[in-house]
Design a binder for this molecule. Structure first.
Ligand code: 5AD
Ligand code: FES
Length: 332
């Protein structure tokens, strides 16, 4: 306990007093020493913006009737994945709202089809039953992303009506138990979230032994109840991410899209402050703008090919290389 408190105090100090430049340089060095200079690309497919939940922060929450809803067909999803694989992606991330149309049978079928190619599949589809998670794993899914969002349970329950923090935690445990590589993470700058709470979040992520950490700023969406909140800053999001790298030197950490939405060089800054993964959006056409979790999302008017080459140029411009393998978490 004593040791835990010391670690907590240390994290709070890093988050609040260490000058950003110093912290970023330290995280960059740790990233270099433990996971090297390769940046792993993951092709993101946002295959449905239909969601049964009503998270106060999220632009695709159930009660937002200003958003046009869509669901890609099975063929469209497989075709999009195929194109991403042809572009050289070694990981496909399938993300959606909590849309139960994609039940055990439908989603397993899609996973199996995509897995005919030599590619890793990451699911980011929210809370399901243990049976569903097992079926998707059996179908070939390799990894799963689900942010805990915050470990402050009161805050969680205020932000996620009808959801249970405990249930989410149990889902993460089931996912891990099934042998998925587990990704989780948080939003930074939520209303009422303190630095100490963020420090607790980081300790939680370390304790459950995540393989990947997605950390991004909260960006208020105008069509949500949190429209008038102030949101997180890029600096605090980067600092949190950098401390995560110090705490877990060998995990995968993406430079998140939300970071780039706050600053045109947000992802580059992140790659130089501990991140080693980027997830370019491979969703096609108008769906890109309909998957609007927060406003100002980058690249909504671009094509997958454009995004692939744009990000490759950016990565090369800072002297880094693009990963050639699946980019799994390697414990050192
Ligand atoms: N701002 C930033 N991130 C958001 N997410 C959802 N809504 C927002 C928002 N308004 C994040 C959540 C979710 C992930 C897919 O997107 O952390 O887990
Ligand atoms: Fe789309 Fe840069 S990644 S324009």
């Amino acid at each position: 306990m004593e040791q835990r408190n010391q670690e907590l105090d240390k994290i709070i100090e890093l988050l609040s007093t260490t000058p950003s430049e110093e912290l970023f340089a330290l995280a960059d060095r740790v990233r270099h020493d433990h996971v090297g200079d390769e940046v792993h690309l993951r092709g993101l497919i946002e295959f449905s913006n239909i969601c049964r939940n009503n998270c106060l922060y999220c632009g695709i929450r159930r009660d937002n009737n200003q958003v046009k809803r869509y669901r890609l067909t099975e063929e469209e999803i497989i075709e999009t994945a195929r194109r991403a694989i042809d572009m050289g992606f070694k990981t496909i991330v399938m993300q959606s709202g909590e849309d139960l149309y994609f039940d055990r049978k439908r989603l397993s079928h899609i996973i199996k089809k995509i897995k005919k190619d030599d590619v890793a599949i990451t699911l980011s589809i929210g809370e399901r039953s243990g049976g569903d998670y097992k079926a998707f794993r059996d179908a070939g899914a390799d990894r799963f992303l689900m942010r805990i969002e915050t470990t402050d349970k009161d805050l969680y329950h205020r932000l996620n009506p009808n959801m249970s923090w405990q249930r989410r935690y149990e889902c993460l445990m089931m996912i891990k138990e099934l042998g998925y590589e587990l990704g989780s993470g948080i939003m930074v700058g939520l209303p009422g979230q303190s630095i100490e709470s963020i420090a607790q979040d980081l300790l939680f992520l370390k304790k459950i032994g995540i393989d990947m950490a997605g950390i991004g700023p909260f960006i208020p969406h105008p069509a949500t109840p949190l429209a008038h909140e102030s949101g997180g800053t890029l600096d605090l999001a980067l600092r949190t991410m950098a401390v995560m790298r110090l705490l877990m030197p060998d995990i995968n950490i993406p430079a998140t899209t939300a970071m780039e939405s706050l600053h045109p060089q947000g992802r580059i800054k992140a790659l130089q402050a501990g991140a080693n993964v980027v997830m370019p959006n491979m969703t096609e056409g108008e769906y890109r703008q309909l998957y609007e979790l927060y406003p100002g999302k980058i690249c909504v008017g671009d094509t997958p090919t454009h995004c692939r080459s744009c990000i490759a140029l950016k990565i090369q411009s800072i002297g880094r290389t693009i990963g050639t393998g699946h980019g799994s978490h390697k414990r050192l």
